[in-house]
Ligand binder design. Structure first.
Ligand SMILES: Nc1ncnc2c1ncn2[C@@H]1O[C@H](COP(=O)(O)OP(=O)(O)O)[C@@H](O)[C@H]1O
Ligand SMILES: [Mg+2]
Length: 264
């Protein structure tokens, strides 16, 4: 795969890191009856290997649409998406799904867990789709749950867990396939402040272990946990800047707990 990567690219904000995902001139138009909604208008974006990037912008600016497109869940109306040097529009649907399942993990604001299914079984699910055998599945799912601090909650159903714990199950589910990229869309949006800090701590830890993280948020404080912030407005990139005073979630926790009046 290495030789397919645009290793020689110098016009990128990645310094010496390679570009793992790239959007070039991406537009997305939704057709709603008579109305065309231009959700994205010519977006260029490079996701750098092993880095942490926030995609920021007000509600409706196109963040989720862009995340779905770079996550290979949706296709652009115009422009191209390049994964590991390969143009996505040239891939067959099954090839696209294979790349997505192997390389990308998703975390959503609303957790998206199966309700009548234990934490462990929720985390095993992507491995079922990947055809991993039962024993191996359970071993890897346990390991992922331990990694997010839920080793003692494996048999719990989602409604027996707090919002923060449910989001950690969702992160374990995203991790269990060992993706190289995690895309998180407003992952703290439904959480109390302490749970939000815990989720950000986990995302920063994953990044410290080499996983590329793209964080979609409308919240400036959340965004500043990344190294770089790309701002969208009306479907266009309006700025792309390094974060000067990056926030370390683990260092904030004590203050946030105090402000919240103790642990939930
Ligand atoms: N499936 C859809 N059909 C029609 N319009 C959509 C759809 N998804 C998003 N949009 C519109 O596209 C624009 C961008 O939406 P979105 O990407 O969800 O923004 P954000 O995540 O920044 O809030 C909005 O105007 C939204 O209403
Ligand atoms: Mg959104």
């Amino acid at each position: 795969m290495e030789d397919l990567v645009r290793a020689g690219a110098t016009d990128e904000p990645c310094d010496d890191a390679r570009v793992v995902l790239e959007a070039r001139g991406v537009s997305k138009t939704y057709h709603l009856g008579e109305v065309d909604v231009h959700a994205l208008r010519g977006v260029d974006l490079s996701i750098c290997d092993g880095r942490m990037l926030s995609l920021m912008g007000p509600s409706g600016s196109g963040k989720s649409t862009l995340m779905h497109i770079i996550g290979l869940l949706d296709r652009p109306s115009e422009g191209s998406v390049i994964v590991e040097g390969e143009e996505v529009s040239r891939m067959a649907p099954n090839e696209l799904a294979a790349v997505r399942n192997r390389r990308i993990g998703f975390v959503f604001q609303s957790f998206n867990l199966l309700a009548r299914t234990s934490a462990l079984a929720n985390v095993e699910l992507p491995l079922v789709y990947a055809g991993v055998s039962g024993n191996e599945r359970s071993r890897r799912a346990r390991e992922a749950l331990e990694r997010v601090g839920l080793g003692d909650r494996m048999g719990h159903l989602p409604n027996q867990l707090s919002g923060g714990q449910q989001q950690r199950v969702a992160i374990a589910r995203a991790l269990v396939t060992e993706p190289s990229i995690v895309l998180a869309d407003e992952p703290t949006g439904n959480l109390d402040s302490v749970s939000g800090v815990d989720v950000m701590t986990i995302l920063q830890e994953l990044n410290a272990h080499g996983i590329t993280v793209v964080l979609v948020t409308h919240d400036d404080t959340v965004a500043r946990h990344a190294e770089r912030i790309v701002r969208l407005r009306d479907g266009m990139v309006v700025s792309d800047e390094a974060v000067a005073d990056r926030i370390r979630a683990s260092e904030r926790r004590e203050a946030v707990v105090k402000e919240a009046g103790g642990e939930g």
